[in-house]
Structure formats: structure tokens, C-alpha cells
Design a protein. Structure first.
Lengths: 368, 79
């Protein structure tokens, strides 16, 4: 039986390989608009790069306008992926890990093995770095790793930054004409018809005001100068996400320091103990403490900017190169971005672990 | 030069280009880190996993500086 399946496997893989190669060639031909079906929707569109997060869908609010703030809190496209990541992690916890722990089986199997390998690896690292405080610190760093990893892996989803609502393009963003399909319910951007302000003049202004009144294109008519606001965007491309993670991490560092060393932990920052009996070196210690405080604040900045910069630059690279070359190069770049996403999640959690275990260790001020 | 908007945009591109000069330092830094790690690994292959972990951490630190420069450039260009 086993030999049969072994002989079966390579042939099936060979078949699918040719299917994928065929699809790639077909995609390349379509990108160069061979056939001209549906206008130029297969042609790559140069990306609309927007740094701040945008509303995921018109009218989606976390807090509707007028309740606490006049403008309300919009449900942004980066929040969407944060909530999805939380859902996936809850799902893994309650559908995979809990049943195994409750079930009392000895030998792990299936997807649970993957979880166990990751957790065991991080547990060993945490024990090596934090010693007896590993048990308190480990859940926190592990959560950060899984959270950032899940959020970064969303880059592999096809819906990432591609599906959204059409909006009138403004400023330096290049707008495109749209092709309505399904009776105008869905619009596709037409890559072969970029909007040229000099050629078309102001003729579409009135039309845009009529059909795009509520901030998005809401008519079956084709739009002449539209961009897509993605409904789903990687969370780490939003500085708010990374900065909040960094703030939580640095606050937890102080909390672990407090728990390990008591109120004496804060003498690391405001060091007045030695200033009385050793005036000169005491003053030096005080200045070093102030510097320590500043470096603690700088860590928040470096934490948040590192994750944000790497992921945003990666997304930008994918978008720009994806609009230049269509089929071949972006595949490799997605692989590179996958690697970068894993490394950044690992770096974030390892740095958090390092800072926390440093905070729990007694510092030099106590020794002399 | 007559259109202030175009002049401003040109200045933005120049500024972004100047901002990413900082990436050169990070490149040199990553080279030093990996060079040291490869030497250490070839002398002491048993410690490869430990060295590799530390190497990746070091690369991430060096890369962070490049990323700051890149973030500045991106902010100049797109905000």
C-alpha cells in the first residue's frame, strides 16, 4: 500500500507543476494585454502609496461620529487585519491547543506539533536569558511573536491590499479608469487607461462630484480617475500598531523590573543614593540615570520604527516591482518578504525578552 | 522653476535621495557582522546555532538604522 502511494506522488506533483507554469505564462500574456478582454484589467496598476491607515469601508466606524468625537473613530483597514489576527490566534488556542491539553493524549499530532515546536524553542531561549523569571516573561514574548508573525504572514493572502472600494484619486496618486462588471456592482481598475490630467482637463469634475458624493465611487458608471482604498492592509504598515506594541512592551519591562527589585528598581533612573556620601561619582551616577531614562524612551522609538519601516518598505517594494514586472520577480520577493516578516517577529520578541530579563537582573547601583 | 508645486516635488525627491545615503552605513555594518559570524562559525562549527541567532540579531540592529533612513525618505515622499 505504501509503495503504491509513493509511486503515485511524483506523477501528481509533475502534473500540477505544468498547470502552474501554464497559469504563469497565461498571466504574463494577459498582463501585456494579449486578447484585450475587458480592456486592460490584467495590466499592472502603479500603486497608490498612502502612509496613514484609511477607513476599511465607507461608513464603518469603531465609534460612530457624534458620540464621543465629532468625527468618530473609523474602522481602518489595518485594524481589520489586527482583528483577523486575533481571531486566528484565538482559533488556534481554542480549537487546537485546548483540545490537546484537555484530551490527555501523550503523543502530539497534526498542527499541534507545529505550535509545540515553536513554543518549546522560545521557552528554551527564554529560560536561557531570564532564568527564574522565564515563567513570568515567557507568555508575554511568545504572544508578541505569534501576534506579529500572524500579522506579517497576511502579506501572503491574495486579498492583501488588492480589494477595496474605489475612490476619486487626489494629489500625487495616479488614478485609473475603471471597468464595471456584474452590472456595475464591481469595478476593476483598467491598467491601460491611466488618468492624464493634461489631456482630459476638468471635464470629469462634475461627474465625479455627482457619483462620488459620499467619498467613494457609488455608481454603475465607469470612473475615469479612481484609486482603490484597500479593505485589508497589513497591520504593521500602520505606525499606530507598532508604536502601541512598543509602548506596551516598554511598560511591561518596567513592570517586571518593579516586580523583581521592588521600588529600588527606579533608582536606576533617578539615582540619589550615592550623591550624598560620594559627591563627584554620585553626580556621575545621577547623570547616567538620566541617560538611562532617555535610552528607555529611545527603545520605544526604535522598536516601533524598526517593525513599521521594514514591513512598509517591503510592501512598497512588492507594489512597485509588481507594477514593473508582472509574473516572475514578485514571486521571489514575496518569499523574501515572508522571511523578513518571520525575522522581524523573532527580533521583536527576542529584544523584548532581552530588555525584560535585563530589568529583572540587579543593576550595578546596588553592588557598591 | 516657474511652477512652485513642481519645484517642491523635485526638492522632495532630492531630499529623499539624500536621506537614504544612511543605508550605506548599515550595509557596511551588516558586512562586518556576517564576516565575523562566518569566521567564528568556521573556527567553531559546533556553536553555529548560537552564533547564527546572535548574527541575525546583530543584522537586525544594523538594519534598523537603515530602516530609519528609509522611513524618513518614505515620509518625505508620501506624507
Amino acid at each position: 500500500m505504501t509503495t503504491h502511494t509513493h509511486s503515485e506522488k511524483p506523477r501528481r506533483r509533475g502534473f500540477w507543476r505544468w498547470v502552474w507554469v501554464g497559469l504563469m505564462i497565461l498571466g504574463g500574456l494577459m498582463a501585456f494585454n494579449v486578447g484585450g478582454y475587458w480592456g486592460g484589467i490584467w495590466k499592472p496598476v502603479s500603486p497608490a502609496v498612502v502612509l496613514p491607515a484609511e477607513q476599511a469601508w465607507p461608513g464603518w466606524y469603531l465609534l460612530p461620529p457624534g458620540i464621543l468625537f465629532a468625527e468618530g473613530i473609523p474602522f481602518t483597514n489595518t485594524m481589520f487585519s489586527v482583528f483577523l489576527a486575533s481571531l486566528i490566534l484565538f482559533g488556534i488556542t481554542f480549537l487546537v491547543v485546548q483540545p490537546f491539553v484537555r484530551g490527555g493524549k501523550e503523543v502530539p499530532s497534526g498542527f499541534y506539533q507545529v505550535v509545540e515546536v515553536a513554543v518549546e524553542f522560545f521557552w528554551n531561549v527564554a529560560q536561557g536569558a531570564a532564568g527564574k523569571w522565564a515563567k513570568a516573561i515567557f507568555p508575554f514574548t511568545m504572544t508578541i511573536f505569534l501576534y506579529v508573525l500572524t500579522v506579517n504572514l497576511f502579506k501572503l493572502l491574495p486579498i492583501h491590499e488588492t480589494i477595496g472600494y474605489a475612490k476619486e484619486a487626489h494629489g500625487t496618486v495616479q488614478g485609473y479608469a475603471t471597468v464595471p462588471i456584474l452590472g456595475g456592482a464591481v469595478h476593476l481598475l483598467d491598467g491601460s487607461h491611466p488618468y492624464d490630467a493634461a489631456a482630459e482637463g476638468e471635464t470629469h469634475e462634475a461627474e465625479a462630484a455627482e457619483h462620488g458624493g459620499e467619498g467613494y465611487w457609488n455608481s454603475p458608471e465607469p470612473c475615469h480617475n479612481c484609486e482603490i482604498v484597500p479593505t485589508f492592509r497589513g497591520a504593521a504598515t500602520d505606525l499606530n500598531f507598532t508604536a502601541s506594541l512598543a509602548l506596551i512592551t516598554m511598560i511591561m519591562v518596567q513592570v517586571f523590573g518593579m516586580r523583581a527589585l521592588g521600588p529600588g528598581y527606579f533608582s536606576k533612573f533617578i539615582n540619589l543614593k550615592t550623591i550624598i556620601n560620594k559627591p563627584f561619582f554620585g553626580l556621575m551616577d545621577f547623570i547616567v540615570g538620566i541617560l538611562e531614562l532617555i535610552s528607555e524612551l529611545a527603545k520605544v522609538l526604535s522598536f516601533s520604527l524598526r517593525l513599521f519601516g521594514v514591513i512598509f518598505a517591503g510592501t512598497l517594494l512588492l507594489a512597485i516591482l509588481g507594477s514593473l514586472t508582472v509574473v516572475f520577480i514578485p514571486g521571489f520577493l514575496v518569499g523574501l518578504e515572508l522571511f523578513v516578516g518571520i525575522i522581524q517577529a523573532y527580533v521583536f520578541s527576542t529584544l523584548a525578552l532581552t530588555f525584560m530579563s535585563q530589568a529583572t537582573a540587579a543593576h550595578h547601583g546596588d553592588e557598591h | 522653476m516657474n511652477d512652485p508645486e513642481i519645484f517642491l516635488q523635485a526638492m522632495r525627491y532630492i531630499g529623499a535621495g539624500l536621506a537614504v545615503i544612511g543605508v550605506a552605513g548599515a550595509g557596511a555594518g551588516i558586512g562586518v557582522v556576517v564576516g565575523g559570524a562566518v569566521q567564528a562559525m568556521s573556527r567553531n562549527p559546533d556553536y553555529t546555532p548560537t552564533i547564527q541567532t546572535n548574527m541575525i540579531l546583530g543584522i537586525a540592529f544594523a538594519e534598523a538604522v537603515a530602516i530609519y533612513a528609509l522611513a524618513v525618505a518614505l515620509i518625505i515622499l508620501f506624507v
